[in-house]
Every structure is written in structure tokens, then in C-alpha cells.
Design a protein around this ligand. Structure first.
Ligand code: ACO
Length: 327
């Protein structure tokens, strides 16, 4: 008997050149480097150039993931871009990425689940491919969060940054005694009753503008750890593993204190937790694939490792996927 699995073939990331440090923010708003580091772990963030759009960041990360997978765009059947900051209201940023990569076959669409977008997109790509709608997909998380920040609101503007990350995934049929590879289980959740804890105060249909990020920081913090551990425990249970079996925990990089709290609740050794939030702040849907890219390229995540990815964000949305790494 065979089992169809979606394997990771390559990962890539891209950060815009311009670095904005906490020190620089001190000269613009009433904050300090020490306050930001102590409350969030963030030291700096990257900011896209004025003529650099979400689709540009996404395209660069996608090309690097294709290179890492030793594939070309011709091999890809599906592109999903998880983003909250699309280039245009329509068409989808995924269509623009398709154009920039020179692809006119297959399908491409955006997915909006805010910071959980990449985990959602990975899970949707897994289902799409397992249903034989294609063989290989590019799953991208890309954001120009700097464009929706109120740079006078010190409670939000210090938290976010721009960037993109991508993976190439491929389905294969494996004999059932070799099926412990690729995406093993996923859990997705949302609770729209909590929409007003983290949102933009504008949108196409309401204000005919994009608005700015507004957040009840303490409320987000209060819910985050419980939601994350709920889906992480669930994904482990679905695949028949426990936290002790994990080689790496790759959380959404929102805030060091949320990451530490979630890691503790799940019961994972802090040495197995990948942290990148210090260097690029919260890049929303891009943060998990960028952290994966970092940990693969510095030699931490290796083929055969058991990796848990998770995220939580606006909606609220939250989700986790357990992956036996293969690239
Ligand atoms: N610099 C200096 N002081 C600040 C800043 C700042 N950047 N921001 C807020 N403060 C002040 C507040 O005005 C307040 O002052 P006051 O006591 O005089 O009124 C004081 O600091 C304490 O404010 P709190 O909001 O209570 O600070 P808290 O300890 O809760 O930290 C934070 C705020 C970091 C936002 C925290 O609530 C948090 O981590 N929340 C999680 C939110 C998060 O990470 N969101 C990311 C997006 S969601 C996601 O991706 C999961």
C-alpha cells in the first residue's frame, strides 16, 4: 500500500536591504531600545524601498526556494501567496508573482489569514496536491507591513517589519513503511469573535483605504500562548508524536515573550526553538518561512528532522503543521 505525502523540496527567504534599528526609532517616537527589547526581543526590522512591493519580495524568496529545490518555475503547478499587504486590491499578488516568475500555466491565488497565513497556505497546498490537482506548489509568505503601520503609534509601529519566505512542496506516493516524511499533520483554527483585538481601521469596502494596524496588545498576548499550544498539541497527537520527539520548533516570530511562553507550555527544550524575531521583528505571514530558511541555511534543520511550525494572528487565526523535513 502507498500513502501520498507532501514533501518539502526547498526553502528561500528575502529581506529588504534597509534596516531600521530601535535606536533610529528613538529619534522618531517616544520609545527606547531597552523597552522594545525587554517587551518583545526585537532589535531591528527591515523596511522595503518605496519602489519595492510585496510581489517583489515574494518573487525573490520564491526564486531562492526554486533554486534550493533544483527546480524551475516550469515544474510548479500552484502558487499561493499568504499576505495581508497585497500590491493591489486585485489581481492577487500571487498572479503578479506568477507574471514575474514567467509562469502562465497552473493556478495562483492569495490567502489572507494575517500572521497565520503561511501555516494556512501550507495546509491548503498539502490538501490541493493530495487531491491530485497538481504535483508541486510554491507556498509563499510575503509582507510589506511597514505600509499599514501608523508610524506615530508607538504601541504597534515598533513591532513589525517587511520580508518574504517561500517553500517548494511536492507530492509523492510512498510505501506505508516509509510514509513518515513531509507534512504529517496540520490543525487550523479561527475565532472571528475576536476580530477587534487586532485589525486595520480601514479597508476597501468600509473606508475605501487600507487603514492602519490597531491592536489590543495585552489581549493578544493573553490569548496567544493557549491558542498556540492547543494546535501544536493537536498536530502532535494526530501524528502520534509528543513534544519530546520534536527536533525543532519554528514559531511565528511575533514576540520573544510569546515564543518563550508557548515553548514552555508545549514542553519543548528552549535550545530547539528557532528565534529570528530579534533581526526582523514580526513579518506576519513571512515570519515562519523566513525562520525555516534561516535554520536550514545555518545547518540546524536537516533532512529527517521533525519540525513543528505554528502561528497565531489577527482574526484570531491560529494553526500548526508537523513536518518531517526532506530538503
Ligand atoms: N515604547 C515605550 N513605551 C511603550 C511603547 C513603546 N514602544 N508601547 C507602549 N508603551 C507604554 C504604554 O503606553 C504603557 O504606558 P502607561 O503605563 O504609561 O500607559 C506601558 O508602555 C505599558 O503598556 P502595555 O501595553 O501594558 O505594555 P505591555 O507590557 O503589554 O507590552 C506589548 C506591550 C509588547 C505590545 C505586549 O502587549 C505584547 O507583546 N502583546 C502581544 C502583541 C503582539 O506581539 N502582537 C504582534 C501581532 S499579533 C501576532 O502576530 C501574534
Amino acid at each position: 500500500m502507498t500513502i501520498t505525502r507532501t514533501l518539502i523540496r526547498g526553502v528561500g527567504g528575502y529581506l529588504p536591504e534597509r534596516i531600521l534599528t530601535n535606536k533610529e526609532l528613538e529619534s522618531k517616537i517616544d520609545t527606547t531600545h531597552e523597552w522594545i527589547v525587554q517587551r518583545t526581543g526585537i532589535e531591528q526590522r527591515h523596511v522595503a524601498a518605496d519602489d519595492e512591493f510585496t510581489s517583489d519580495l515574494a518573487t525573490k524568496a520564491a526564486q531562492r526556494a526554486l533554486d534550493a529545490a533544483n527546480m524551475s518555475i516550469k515544474d510548479i503547478d500552484l502558487i499561493i501567496v499568504a499576505t495581508t499587504t497585497p500590491d493591489l486590491t486585485f489581481p492577487a499578488t500571487a498572479a503578479l508573482v506568477q507574471h514575474k516568475l514567467g509562469m502562465s500555466h497552473g493556478a495562483a491565488f492569495d490567502l489572507q489569514a494575517v500572521c497565520s497565513g503561511f501555516v494556512y497556505a501550507t495546509t491548503i497546498a498539502d490538501s490541493y496536491l493530495k487531491n491530485s490537482l497538481g504535483k508541486r506548489a510554491l507556498v509563499i509568505g510575503a509582507e510589506t507591513a511597514s505600509r499599514i503601520l501608523d508610524w506615530n503609534d508607538r504601541t504597534t509601529c515598533v513591532l513589525f517589519g517587511d520580508g518574504a519566505g517561500a517553500i517548494v512542496v511536492e507530492t509523492v506516493d510512498l510505501p506505508d513503511d516509509r510514509a513518515d516524511q513531509g507534512i504529517l499533520s496540520s490543525r487550523l483554527r479561527s475565532n472571528g469573535n475576536q476580530w477587534d483585538k487586532l485589525y486595520t481601521d480601514g479597508g476597501v469596502s468600509t473606508t475605501r483605504s487600507v487603514g492602519h494596524v490597531r491592536m489590543q496588545g495585552r489581549e493578544v498576548f493573553k490569548h496567544a500562548v493557549g491558542m498556540i499550544s492547543d494546535v501544536v498539541d493537536g498536530a502532535l497527537e494526530d501524528a502520534g508524536y509528543t513534544a519530546d520527539d520534536l527536533d525543532w520548533f519554528v514559531p511565528h516570530q511575533a514576540n520573544r515573550r510569546i515564543i518563550d511562553g508557548a515553548g514552555k507550555k508545549v514542553g519543548i527544550d528552549p535550545k530547539k526553538v528557532v528565534i529570528t524575531v530579534d533581526k526582523h521583528a514580526n513579518t506576519s505571514a513571512a515570519s515562519v518561512p523566513m525562520a525555516l530558511n534561516q535554520a536550514v541555511n545555518d545547518g540546524r534543520i536537516k533532512p529527517g528532522d521533525l519540525v513543528m511550525i505554528e502561528a497565531m494572528g489577527g482574526g484570531f487565526t491560529w494553526g500548526a503543521s508537523l513536518i518531517r523535513w526532506t530538503s
